[in-house]
Design a protein around this ligand. Structure first.
Ligand SMILES: [Zn+2]
Length: 322
């Protein structure tokens, strides 16, 4: 099948600070890509307005789009397409019937999923998880997202909270979390947590994660102490995930991974004794992973609706069914 004959779908990723969208074909090749800052503070109306604008622009530029996939922060009921739980990072988003809204607004088949689930699907399709069936993803960004894949299928859970490692407790009675609990993983290994670690160091003046990384390269003691603490906490999380799920690979993604070369060795050192150093990998698709995963779900929606998977020969692709 020629590229021009392949079906095109939209994949969108809605986060607390940005909304990204792309049109891809069945081979995962990007046709168009758009990114915007999210005005999450405006609540549901504001987010929907931006989503509408972004989807309209993608559709205007690619008339042949057949379906859309939407990845969103929060817990998403994939069967109904509703956001069943969202924190204050996206005010008013909880209860949003996302799939229904997209289908009614644009007249195309739509599907929605949690953003970390979508990122894992993206990495399993086109990234570092290709060819693997048992994977865990941890996205280390503003918060910590998580997703589990077992035997090629996402484990979304009975209440759509499967893989929510960010809100498992690492430190009982520890730092308060915006989910209402204390000591959640998210409060120790997210990008925001890294920044807070820096603020707690009296002798340091770093205000951004990138500054910490740059200082660590120069060998500044304060930055090295911060990364030592950060990787120790992250190693503990990884050991816990392995004890529970024992996946082939744990994929680490999110903004913190940008500079992973600086602290990766320190992290793998801490995992050697448990035989886990070779089980962790850095995500390959960067901040596009969620969009790719959402697009893949849209393609599968078309496939479920009766059209054959492209090419017809790739049995592995057909069998995945995320
Ligand atoms: Zn929490």
């Amino acid at each position: 099948m020629g590229e021009e004959q392949m079906r095109q779908v939209i994949g969108v990723d809605i986060g607390g600070t940005g909304i990204k969208g792309l049109v891809v074909n069945e081979a995962g090749m990007i046709v168009v890509e758009i990114a915007r800052a999210t005005e999450a503070c405006q609540g549901r109306k504001g987010i929907l307005g931006q989503l509408n604008e972004l989807l309209s622009e993608l559709l205007a530029r690619c008339a042949g789009v057949k379906a859309m996939g939407i990845a969103s922060a929060g817990r998403v009921n994939v069967t109904t397409g509703e956001v069943v739980y969202a924190t204050d990072n996206l005010p008013g988003w909880q209860g949003m019937p996302l799939t229904q809204w997209a289908e009614e607004t644009f007249g195309l088949p739509a599907v929605a999923d949690n953003d970390a689930n979508a990122a894992l699907i993206g990495e399993a399709w086109l990234g570092v998880g290709r060819g693997r069936q048992n994977l865990v993803m941890l996205t280390l960004g503003t918060g910590v997202g998580g997703a589990n894949m077992f035997e090629g299928r996402l484990q979304r859970g009975a209440g759509w909270r499967g893989g929510d490692w960010g809100h498992s407790v690492l430190v009982p009675g520890g730092r308060p979390c915006n989910c209402g609990k204390q000591g959640c993983v998210e409060q120790y290994v997210s990008g925001s947590a890294l920044q807070r670690l820096a603020l707690e160091q009296t002798e340091s003046t770093y205000t951004h994660g990138r500054e910490i990384m740059a200082a660590a390269i120069k060998g500044e003691a304060a930055a090295l102490v911060i990364l030592e603490q950060y990787t120790a906490d992250l190693a503990l999380v990884i050991a816990n995930v392995s004890a529970s799920i024992d996946p082939e690979l744990i994929i680490l993604g999110g903004g913190v991974i940008h500079d992973h070369a600086i602290w990766w060795h320190e992290l793998t050192n801490k995992l050697h004794s448990e035989g886990l150093a070779g089980r962790i990998v850095a995500a390959e698709l960067g901040n596009r992973a969620g969009c790719f995963g959402a697009a893949r779900l849209a393609l599968e929606r078309l496939y479920q609706d009766g059209s054959a998977w492209p090419g017809g020969s790739d049995k592995e692709e057909k069998a995945l069914g995320y």
